[in-house]
Design a protein. Sequence first.
Length: 385
Amino acid sequence: MKQIRHAAVLFLAVVCLLAAAAVMLQTAANAQAPKTNQGPMFQVDALWPKPLPNNWVIGSTIGLSIDSRDHVWIIHRLATVEDNEKSGDLKVAECCFTAPPVLEFDPEGNLVSSFGGPGAGYEWPDSEHGIFIDYKDNMWIGGNGAKDSQVLKFTRQGKFLMQIGKKGQSKGSNDTANLKMAANMEVDPATNELYVADGYGNKRVIVYDADKGTYKRHWGAYGNVPDDADLGAYNPDAPAPKQFRGPVHCATPSKDGFIYVCDRTADRIQVFTRDGKFVKETFLSKTTKSSGTVWDVDFSKDAQQQFLYTGDGANNRVNILLRQPLQLITQFGQGGHMPGTFHGTHNVATDSKGNLYTVETFGGKRVQKFTYKGIGQVGPISSVR
């Protein structure tokens, strides 16, 4: 009997030791296992914005900006409104009419102002592209028509202030007086400098004084002097090109003094200091050809701008990255025309509450709002409900 009792005690001791070892191993494994992704969550607001007045319709929507009052500004391309969408303009039906190119919405989605078109003292672009409302509430507009070598500055009320560049006068990527088919522009409030993603014709970022319009500096990929040589067809397996493939589609300043540049058809974001020194890059869906994956960037509204959002108009989604390591953590969206889906995700922007807005080009022709729902668990691919 004693031998049986001793064997039972020994067996229980072994079981306890094995259980303790298992707990220790699981604890170690948990410590080494990757943590669940935590990131911003969004829900599409299917009723934002409200219907436009006057039976207005819009074309390909190729610019988006949020002002200091959380008003949402968009610019659309008039030439892309099809005849069957503007029967009123053609005087064959009561609906519909082409809206002015610039539209302003309040936070509730009401249209509160509209603006745009040719006027005295400036050259309106042949193909509208890009809008930015700066920290002084001035409005900047670009264009990517074949002869569009200019950007325009207006007050928020539409009073003309300044034109940089002259239509049809571009002399290439090292011409400091003119642009060529500029894609977008942003003003850094810390320096009052205008950064232009220049763009479709040129292959550079160029910087001007935002008040005087005087040239400051410019650079190409990796901080190199820009070169307009044809890079040929995109090969995702080839070494990354030392010049921007273009279009250089965004040049967005962060609060901590870096410039995030969209090299759209190279599927990459490049990061620079304000003076054009290359810092780092990342690629998103690098095997994507055609129109590329990196169309626009904006940041989350926390003090550190922890997250970076990108619009991917080829794959019809929004990517969410940790900004500092440029690490993709999740993405949402798919192709379609229902709320929360995309067709040509062209621009992204956030308001002061962290809500995310998008506009769509091609046949998308709309602006959407995604309400910020806080930080929570996100998967590799997150669906917006």
